[in-house]
Write a protein that binds this ligand. Structure first.
Ligand code: FMN
Length: 337
């Protein structure tokens, strides 16, 4: 997904039409038939409309259309080619899903050309399945015989699975909204951190959450160059070098497990964060300055800060190496089916 991308809900009908036209006219592989493209553009004026914008230019859009009192349809989605496979469609869908849940809908459907006919539509099917849509039924002649209509359905009550949560976690380095993080949420997030495994159960990791605006400002003032300047809260991770057994100390593994738990709880509760360790533990020892502001005793090292807050934009997914370069079954570099 593009840097600085925002997802916006659009209500102005002319703006909806302009965005739909800009995107769909660039996507001739999917929307090549002028009549049906114009129909989508015209109808989109009256649909619930979500736009992905990069520097005020449209990168993609998604429309929801009510099909019944409790049912909605993902009527159209389009993402410019440069922005495809970069999380834009997923971010649009997440925003639309959140809206649909709040609006009281219980099911969402989407129609596309059945898998196995055209490469472009095979990718579309995979995309819908990866969002959690289930195949409902195929209507072979709904459009025409060369375009069998696959209908997908999704229950909006369905909670994302833990695996979905893990796969959708990304580091967030954008601006945060001013909304405070309730203490209850901060405590839940910290409890998730403390629940992590630790070598010989030595529990070498401790945490300090900071939500006092003046204290936060003091901490942010020593983070140079600045990061997370707008975050309304922060969790500082402390580590103690306690021997687990013989000469083995697992403090690094312990706090790493705790941080991952924290990041997942942050994601689960709808907040954003980023693991800032390199930045604060370099030669300029920002971590020591923060530790001193928080009166941390010498036997603890402050190893990481985790801003917490609601993101103003959506996180940019980092590119990961392909599965087959890093993971194998039954032996090093063994490719599996
Ligand atoms: C040990 C460690 C130190 C990190 N330090 C920083 C940091 O100082 N600044 C930063 O922007 N990100 C930092 N990160 C976040 C990584 O850059 C990020 O996890 C990585 O680029 C992969 O992106 P993802 O988290 O979206 O999967 C750190 C991550 C780890 C595990």
């Amino acid at each position: 997904m593009m840097e600085n991308m925002t997802i916006q809900m659009i209500s102005d009908k002319d703006q909806k039409e302009y965005i739909a036209r800009t995107v769909l006219e660039a996507l001739t592989d999917w929307f090549g038939v002028t009549e049906s493209r114009e129909e989508y553009i015209r109808l989109s004026r009256d649909w619930s409309f979500f736009a992905a914008m990069v520097q005020e230019k449209p990168a993609g859009f998604l429309c929801l259309k009510e099909t019944g009192p409790k049912t909605t349809e993902l009527a159209v989605i389009g993402v410019l080619k440069d922005c495809q496979r970069r999380g834009t469609g997923r971010a649009l869908f997440q925003a639309a899903r959140e809206y649909a849940v709040k609006a009281g809908y219980e099911f969402m459907q989407v129609k596309t050309v059945q898998s196995g006919w055209y490469e472009e539509y095979d990718a579309t099917n995979q995309f819908y399945q990866s969002l959690g849509f289930q195949e409902l039924e195929v209507f072979p002649t709904y459009w025409d015989e060369k375009n069998p209509c696959q209908i997908y359905i999704m229950s909006l009550h369905q909670q994302p699975s833990l695996t979905d949560l893990i796969m959708s976690r990304h580091s967030y380095r954008g601006k945060y909204k001013a909304d405070k993080v309730p203490r209850k949420d901060l405590k839940t997030i910290m409890e998730a951190g403390l629940a992590a495994p630790s070598g010989c159960n030595k529990q070498t990791t401790s945490l300090i959450a900071v939500d006092d605006p003046q204290l936060l400002a003091k901490i942010k003032a020593v983070i140079d160059p600045p990061v997370a300047e707008t975050a309304p809260a922060m969790i500082c991770v402390l580590s103690q070098k306690i021997i687990a057994y013989r000469d083995r100390c697992f403090a690094v593994q312990d706090y790493s497990a705790a941080i991952e738990n924290i990041l997942l709880a942050v994601q689960d509760l709808g907040y954003q964060s980023c693991w800032y360790e390199g930045h604060i533990t370099d030669d300029d020892r920002i971590n020591e300055k923060i530790a001193s502001i928080l009166n941390v005793p010498e036997e603890y090292e402050l190893v990481c800060v985790l801003p917490i807050g609601i993101g103003e934009t959506v996180p940019v997914p980092a590119k990961k190496k392909p599965f087959t370069e890093r993971a194998w079954i039954n032996g090093f570099n063994k490719q599996s089916e």
